[in-house]
Design a protein. Structure first.
Length: 323
């Protein structure tokens, strides 16, 4: 389908590519369009497309497998080695006026879900996938490490999935205030405590060690704190990406049977997210703190780079007058 783009969120990875030209093995070798948190309006459809028509408002899932391999067959298409992914070299993203995408990975938005909410489904999906991998369920006690956009969506989804208590740590008081806004039960502002001290504080506010830790920073000391904090037999999910090699208390995790799990993006999450947004069971609107027209993209990226606000949203459609 051909889309007229509407709202595109700026992700930390977009800023990282802009500043450093690479993330791990993904290296920018040619000019690349950024943007992968997006929504827009269908302008044209291919001859084989039956579920969408011009005028439909859609949210875009940025990862599209190029072939039906073993990972697709088992429903874990995010792990397909041939996947196309917006704004991951060498694939162009969708921070532009018009964009072409696979119709199967464009999801129609109900009338009561805004374009902005549609664009926020991408980060929200990271929370859905992480909390599913973590096994969050009724009564879970959850520790979310980091209160950036991904930490916040994990708070929202953990609460939605039945977590009884969620504690969030961060360096920033303003980000922790935002965590409270979206449903965190407890917040801890970290200064220069050791990982063991952070773990002890988490246990102190929860009244027990958390069953689940969702680590959203990728920082070595935070991963260490996550291991120490998680109760024996619990699960630590690594969401944040930091240095390739980190030193962790692996024996501590091993002898206490703490499961350490990774996640890679998400899969099968857009229908879930759309259902949650349409039913008003979750509210992601507080996440958007800044809005810029596409012409001011550089200013928007600078704002994100400085760590101001939470989610910066770009408006790509000059004819749109909505807030």
């Amino acid at each position: 389908v051909l889309l007229r783009m509407h709202s595109v969120g700026i992700c930390g990875s977009d800023v990282h590519y802009w500043q450093h030209g690479r993330i791990g093995d993904f290296v920018v070798k040619d000019p690349m369009v950024l943007g992968h948190e997006a929504s827009g309006t269908v302008v044209k459809v291919g001859s084989g497309v039956t579920h969408l028509k011009p005028g439909d408002r859609v949210a875009i899932e940025p990862g599209v497998p190029r072939e039906m391999d073993e990972f697709c067959k088992t429903g874990r298409y995010n792990l397909s080695p041939t996947i196309f992914f917006c704004a991951t070299p060498p694939d162009n993203g969708n921070l532009c006026r018009y964009y072409k995408h696979s119709a199967s990975y464009c999801y129609k938005l109900p009338d009561n879900v805004t374009f902005e909410e549609g664009a926020l489904i991408e980060p929200l999906s990271v929370g859905i996938h992480a909390c599913k991998r973590a096994g969050v369920t009724l009564g879970s006690k959850v520790f979310v490490s980091g209160s950036g956009p991904i930490g916040l969506v994990n708070v929202i989804i953990a609460k939605m999935m039945g977590a009884a208590a969620v504690v969030v740590t961060d360096l920033s008081a303003s980000r922790l205030q935002k965590a409270k806004e979206v449903g965190a039960d407890f917040t801890i502002q970290v200064k220069n405590e050791t990982p063991q001290e952070v773990a002890s504080k988490v246990e102190g506010v929860l009244g027990c060690m958390p069953d689940i830790t969702v680590e959203c920073t990728g920082v070595q000391v935070c991963i260490q704190a996550g291991i120490y904090a998680t109760r024996s037999g619990g699960t630590l999910v690594l969401v944040g990406l930091g240095p390739e090699m980190v030193t962790v208390p692996i024996v501590n995790a091993a002898v206490r049977e703490v499961d350490i799990r990774g996640i890679f993006r998400y899969c099968n999450t857009w229908p879930v997210a759309i259902a949650l947004l349409a039913s008003k069971r979750i509210n992601v609107k507080p996440l958007v703190t800044h809005r810029f027209p596409l012409e001011k993209a550089l200013e928007a990226f600078e704002t994100t780079k400085r760590g101001e606000g939470v989610k910066v949203m770009l408006k790509c459609d000059p004819t749109d007058q909505s807030p």
